[in-house]
Design a binder for this molecule. Sequence first.
Ligand code: PEP
Length: 248
Amino acid sequence: MRQSLVIGNWKMHGSRASVASLLEGLLGAEPASGVEVAVCPTYLHLDQVLQGCAGSGISVGAQDCSHAQSGAYTGEVAAEMLADIGCTWVILGHSERRQYHAETDALVGAKLSAAIEAGLKPVLCVGETRQQREGGEANAVVAAQLAGALADQAQLDGLVIAYEPVWAIGTGLTATPEQAQEMHAFIRGELAQAAGVDAQKTRILYGGSVKPGNAAELFDCADIDGALVGGAALVAEDFMSIAGAAIG
Ligand code: PEP
């Protein structure tokens, strides 16, 4: 039995004031028992969110980390530093990192190793573009992203995968439950062939315009174990309602 997991990706949003008010909304809401809940603010807001969420049952993560442990990497943040301040999670290989920062599967794999080494729980994002889906390449693209990042990993216990079709991120378009389930089952099949991964235990989240109105039908699918939520994670009521839909 895989415990449901709902993670909010706050992307590059927030000020100290807006983060305080979002936290107030999240902590004031009915706690979603039976589902694991996490939020990933910007690096700058991590400390504020870690302090705010202490003892609440909401865990905290970062949206990226460096592939390197330390050194002359201006602007980078090491996985070890994130673990040191109390982060639990790190999102890796998000399509916006792949698109705007030219992150390759090899770099994502190196970040994954760094995260695991530091004791963080990685959330590895994979997903195809609209053009790739229309060209019938979705499975091949996702298989290559998984193979590229998972090759040669020493230890993959606790790995979380997020299937995020690029065409559904921030667009209001969502994969149908059938499309999402089909890809999640495909991913689980690929994981079963990867060394060091227990495919049946690995949680596979769906991400891409998840809202309170479409969450339940996605979570009803056998291989969808929760969600990585962008836009709706910035509205406490919506995010907690999505988390509530994942209970069970
Ligand atoms: C995301 O960026 O991870 C995401 C799923 O965004 P949204 O929910 O806004 O589509």
